[in-house]
Design a protein around this ligand. Sequence first.
Ligand SMILES: NC(=O)c1ccc[n+]([C@@H]2O[C@H](COP(=O)([O-])OP(=O)(O)OC[C@H]3O[C@@H](n4cnc5c(N)ncnc54)[C@H](O)[C@@H]3O)[C@@H](O)[C@H]2O)c1
Length: 356
Amino acid sequence: MNNPKLNIAVIGTGGIVHAHMPGWIDSPYAQVVAGYDAHTPTLQGWGEKYGVTRLATNLDDILADKSIDAVDICVPNRAHAPIAIAALRAGKHVLCEKPLAPTPDEIRQMIAARDASGKMLMTAQHFRFTGHARALKAEIDAGALGPIYHARSWMLRRNFLPTRPGFIQQALSGGGVTVDIGVHILDLTLWMMGHPKPVSVSGSTRTVLARQPGAFTAWGENPRIPAEIDVEELATAFVRFDNGATLILEVSWMLHHDVAAGSAEDMRMWLYGERAGAAWPANEILSSNNETMQHYKSTLQIARQERKPHAQECLDFAKAILDGAPSPVPAEQSLQVITLLDAVYRSQREGAEIRL
Ligand SMILES: NC(=O)c1ccc[n+]([C@@H]2O[C@H](COP(=O)([O-])OP(=O)(O)OC[C@H]3O[C@@H](n4cnc5c(N)ncnc54)[C@H](O)[C@@H]3O)[C@@H](O)[C@H]2O)c1
């Protein structure tokens, strides 16, 4: 490959950026040359840790710098769209943390900015970049399940509500568990199903346990739930698609649900096809032979993946830009995810099924 490395600027150097950094350090495709964070001590700590000396004091310094090819956006959800749109208009490619934005309208504006700029816009949906997900997706694309006509997906945390303002204050996050981790399991499920078009959603959102006196969380250093929380801790939905398929979705930050010792959550997806079913992340394929009246269960072999998924997505983003390939996670697919999750909120407000 003769292309020089892409110059990357990180916007937001708080928590998740540390999972991205291994995907930039030693990358054959890119290097981090600058960073910006609204909180100067956080920015300085990040710069010292990774040896990045170009620490900007405002976003415009990054956007005006023609030598910067792309930005990696790791700020709270409500800040994604304005920063991404400004970066695209300034001619930068954009990798943006999930949710791409909390509302469909914001994503539509991001897509318009992308199209006007001709640059890449990719959502950091890291679960697509695990060896398990890639192996299962390849099996499904090869036809192992046949048409998928039903799915069940859940990401249920018993006691793992993030307490930072960027997650629990609507003004910063744009929603609670639905947009925080609902995007993970829903994105993965729709990807596996081949993105059928959702036509109706009946959903509910609740905040029950977090409001109880003495409520606590295992997330972070302080177990107490801040009184400022104004978002939901649980979301459920039943979805119909234009091809007749259905989906049951459940996500929680807090719920009296059993999770394995040492794990924060029970995260699973079942895909039921005409030929076989599949369980993720166990990656088991279940089928039946009607002639012999026998059931079969097999487990997919997973190729060992050198990098963790957050790092892999950064690598794949940069490689796709240099190769002139499409975005590994297209914004249109994130628009579909958020349109569906937005309908869950609308369904809760209206107490009725929403037709899309
Ligand atoms: N993919 C994953 O596994 C995963 C995990 C956690 C968080 N996230 C996503 O990453 C994003 C950030 O989450 P986090 O956990 O890193 O949050 P965080 O609060 O730890 O860090 C966010 C940083 O952004 C900075 N910031 C806030 N507004 C800013 C602005 N307008 N301009 C510049 N800097 C700003 C803050 O000072 C902070 O340092 C969120 O969208 C979240 O959904 C993804």
